[in-house]
Write a protein that binds this ligand. Structure first.
Ligand code: ADP
Ligand code: MG
Length: 244
């Protein structure tokens, strides 16, 4: 479904992503791991069009999407959440998700049609699937950090993606919230048949739920393989155990 091939991205003289490769098959749950500064967020920004690569190809559904603006990439079926929460804090939970659903429905814009009555069922069903139904009328900015991160996933689902990209979905969460969020991610993958690409610091988590793991180090891809292959890989052991 997604193929990242030899992608580079520099900021001035500094190469944040260098010859990165990544492969995501349809229906897979794929993790990108690596220490802080390894280039994970930059790679996600390149895939979703927040940044454009200097070199290399990003093929999604057989077409090169590198260099497309992010709204076009979103329309083609890739949605994401951010490492730093990105919601409309003054809208309700329901409103946040409804805006996302409406944005992909491409209705003819009629300023005189009350928007609050549109896409209600779709929005409700998404809130149900992430467990936020009972808080639908709460103001998003008043939610706990954990619920805000879940809301971000719900907003991404509003775009009806084929590929969902989650940048540190459990960052800043308590152990209980982390466990619940991982359960949610696994369920979304299986019940909605979603393909999910995520990065995450907690190795126990990654090795327990990911089918394929790509390891990044100093902007480069060290290896991609199933959990067993990655655990047993010498380069990975050196990069993690030998320090930087
Ligand atoms: P990760 O998500 O793996 O922690 P990032 O992709 O955020 O890593 O960052 C990779 C490297 O690129 C870091 O050294 C970071 O400081 C640098 N970097 C990221 N974005 C920018 C930017 N816009 N300008 C300059 N340097 C950046
Ligand atoms: Mg990051």
């Amino acid at each position: 479904m997604l193929q990242v091939e030899a992608v580079d991205k520099s900021f001035g003289d500094f190469m944040a992503v260098c010859q990165a490769n990544l492969s995501v098959g349809r229906g897979e749950l794929v993790a990108v791991i690596g220490p802080n500064g390894a280039g994970k967020t930059t790679l996600f920004n390149l895939i979703t069009g927040q940044l454009w690569p200097d070199r290399g190809e990003i093929i999604f559904g057989g077409e090169d999407i590198s260099g497309l603006p992010s709204y076009q990439i979103c329309k083609r079926g890739i949605a994401r959440s951010f490492q730093i929460v990105n919601i409309f804090p003054r809208l309700t939970i329901f409103g946040n998700v409804q805006v996302a659903v409406l944005s992909q429905q491409r209705r003819s814009s009629n300023l005189f049609l009350p928007a609050q009555n549109l896409a209600v069922e779709e929005t409700k069903s998404i809130l149900e699937s992430v467990g936020l139904s009972d808080k639908a009328t709460h103001i998003a900015g008043s939610l706990s950090h954990g619920d805000q991160k879940i809301l971000e996933i719900a907003i991404a689902l509003g775009n009806e993606p084929e590929l969902l990209i989650l940048d540190e979905p459990t960052a800043g969460m308590s152990p209980e919230e982390t466990a619940a969020t991982l359960e949610l991610i696994k369920n979304l993958a299986s019940s909605k048949g979603l393909t999910i690409l995520f990065c995450e610091h907690d190795m126990d988590v990654v090795f327990s739920i990911a089918q394929s793991i790509m390891v990044m180090h100093q902007g480069r891809t060290l290896v991609q393989g199933n959990p067993e292959e990655v655990k047993g890989n010498k380069k990975v052991q050196e990069a993690y155990l030998g320090g930087e």
